[in-house]
Design a protein around this ligand. Structure first.
Ligand code: SAM
Ligand code: CA
Length: 220
């Protein structure tokens, strides 16, 4: 029998972190400040941030869009992995939370690479498409309000070049996606997109059980 993904015990998780996490001093301090925040759960795990930075490198990405920035940890991971002329559009609606990130982006010297767009992401995405930016992005990270996930996916697919990658976060939603009694709109939206993606011939697909579940969809 093949080995299914291991249940990560706390000691095994600590081992994984000890032998593989490479977190810069600025990222560590941003994570520590975020962990004091009441919504700290929303930040990506550091090993996931490192994985997304690797994806940015593998793609040779120059143009990235993030939907859902919070205190800017995932944005900093990706921006630091971009080349000097790289560009990341960070979409959020919360000025207070993203201001925390902006302080650390400055410290890390990536401010010139990040354009923060404070508006509902559906509006920012529609604007980018109306500015004929379709087909110009290499990587999209979807991590904002779950009820709009399908909308974000469809718009990001248009914004990506062929061969570009969409990463969709929280696709396992703490396991709630398999609870038939869970009729919460967020749960239903995530489950609906998961099911749709399985048969979506426009992309190559892999759902990874990292952190809260991360789906990778590569535009064909
Ligand atoms: N990617 C971030 C990180 O790893 O630190 C976490 C993002 S957090 C899960 C979700 C973010 O989406 C919040 O900061 C919230 O303000 C933002 N958000 C919620 N609804 C939004 C909308 N309609 N448009 C844009 N951003 C939205
Ligand atoms: Ca998330």
């Amino acid at each position: 029998m093949f080995i299914k993904t291991l249940t990560l015990t706390e000691p095994l998780y600590e081992y994984l972190i000890k032998v593989s996490l490479r977190e810069s001093d600025v990222l560590r301090r941003l994570r520590e400040e975020t962990m004091l925040h009441p919504m700290a759960r929303m930040q990506v795990a550091p090993e996931q941030g490192q994985f997304m930075a690797l994806l940015v490198e593998l793609l040779g990405a120059r143009r990235v869009i993030e939907i859902g920035t919070y205190t800017g940890y995932s944005a900093l991971c990706m921006a630091a992995a971009l080349p000097a002329e790289g560009h990341l559009v960070a979409c959020d609606i919360n000025a207070e939370w993203t201001a925390i990130g902006q302080r650390y982006w400055r410290e890390a010297g990536v401010t010139d690479k990040i354009q923060l767009r404070l508006a509902p992401a559906v509006e920012t995405l529609a604007e980018l498409l109306s500015l004929k930016e379709a087909g110009t992005f290499d990587f999209a990270f979807i991590d904002a309000d779950k009820v709009n996930y399908n909308h974000y996916y469809e718009h990001c697919l248009k914004l990506l070049r062929p061969g570009g990658l969409i990463a969709i976060d929280n696709v396992l939603w703490s396991g709630r996606v398999i609870d038939p009694l869970d009729q919460d709109p967020d749960t239903l939206a995530i489950h609906a997109l998961n099911t749709k993606l399985r048969d979506d011939e426009r992309v190559s697909l892999s759902m990874l059980p990292i952190s809260d579940g991360l789906t990778l969809a590569r535009k064909r």
